[in-house]
Each structure stands twice: as structure tokens, then as C-alpha cells.
Design a protein around this ligand. Structure first.
Ligand code: GLN
Length: 191
């Protein structure tokens, strides 16, 4: 059966993720309320602004139900701000910023510093046979990786693509690379 993939659509770069997933033949649905989570087999948490997304998740009452669904095994792919929200700890966040603690990494917001705030890098990704063009936009840097986390790609020694059980996170924007291989690889985990 074709899976239905939810794309968290409170804020940020959700439309491009949905377009790639549709091209890959899955149905997608935009998620703005927790009840909508019941209808999906997996979820993408896009890039954008993690402080704003955190606030909107709290205000909409979605934060706890979302955390519970992910804990119960919902496959989730978080990119950039989505990675921050899924992490165990965020540095340089707003004091009231919340994280879901779904993957045992520590991220630092905008951690690549001013000069290299946005950059592109060809990534060797475990499981792909040719490099993937990584687009980093005010990306978080991964400062700590827990033992249960697999690192699937790094830039200069820093993890940029990680997986722990049902949770996959990227500090870059795979939806902007004109390349569906990473979404396709993620879909194979559950579809
Ligand atoms: N800097 C953003 C944040 O802190 C993330 C940027 C992005 O998602 N492209 O949430």
C-alpha cells in the first residue's frame, strides 16, 4: 500500500518536501493540527525557524502528541530547523525554545558561524553511490552525537546526516538539491 507522508506545515520550507515526495509516488498531507497525525505513516519536519516552529507547536497543542507519536515509532525526517526540534538539546536557542528529544544529539543553532552561514558541499552519504549536493542555510552544527546514533554523512568531521531508530535528521536542505535520492532512501525505511 502507498504510504501517506505528513509534512509539518506550521512554517518554513514544507512545500518543496511535499513536491519531491509526490514525485516519488507517495501521497502527502500538510499537518497543522495533532489530530491530522493519526492519518499519516511518516512525517517530515522541514527547515525554517526552529524558535518559531517550537512556539507554534506549543500553541497548537501539538508538541506533546507529536513527541508521543515519534516515541511510539512514527518514522520522521527532520531537516535543518526540523533537526533542531528533534534533537535532545539545543544551544543558542531561545530560553523558551522546546525540543522533542527524539534523537540523542546536541545541536547549536546557526552553528557554522557568520562567514560560512550558508554554504554548499558535496556529501558522501552512506547508502548512496555518488555524492549528494548539500545546501546549508543558517544550518545547525551537531556538537555531540550519542552512542545510539549512526552518522551517515559529515562535513569536516561534523555530522550532517544522522539516524537513530525511526528518526533521521539532516542539517542541510535535501529538498533544494534537485535530487530525490535522500527522500527515496528514507522512504525505503518504512514503505
Ligand atoms: N537557523 C534556523 C533555526 O535556528 C534553521 C535554518 C534552516 O532551517 N534553514 O531554526
Amino acid at each position: 500500500m502507498t504510504p501517506t507522508v505528513g509534512v509539518l506545515a506550521l512554517q518554513g520550507a514544507f512545500a518543496a518536501h511535499a513536491a519531491i515526495l509526490e514525485q516519488l509516488g507517495v501521497s502527502t498531507t500538510e499537518i497543522r493540527r495533532d489530530a491530522q497525525l493519526d492519518a499519516v505513516d511518516a512525517l517530515v519536519m522541514p527547515g525554517g525557524e526552529s524558535t518559531t516552529m517550537s512556539m507554534l507547536l506549543e500553541r497548537s497543542g501539538m508538541l506533546e502528541p507529536l513527541g508521543a507519536r515519534i516515541n511510539a515509532g512514527l518514522p520522521v525526517f527532520g531537516t535543518c530547523a526540523g533537526m533542531i526540534l528533534l534533537s535532545a538539546e539545543v544551544k543558542d536557542g531561545r530560553p523558551d525554545q522546546r525540543v522533542l528529544g527524539a534523537i540523542d544529539i546536541t545541536t547549536r543553532r546557526n552553528g557554522y558561524g557568520r562567514q560560512t552561514e550558508s554554504f554548499e558541499s558535496d556529501l558522501d552519504i552512506a547508502g548512496l553511490d555518488a555524492p549528494f549536493h548539500g545546501v546549508f542555510i543558517r544550518a545547525p552544527i551537531v556538537e555531540r552525537v550519542g552512542e545510539s546514533v549512526s552518522v551517515l554523512a559529515s562535513v569536516e568531521g561534523d555530522a550532517v546526516l544522522c539516524r537513530q531508530a525511526n528518526v533521521t535528521v539532516a542539517s542541510f536542505h535535501p529538498e533544494l538539491a534537485d535530487d530525490d535520492r535522500l527522500h527515496s532512501m528514507w522512504l525505503k525505511e518504512f514503505a
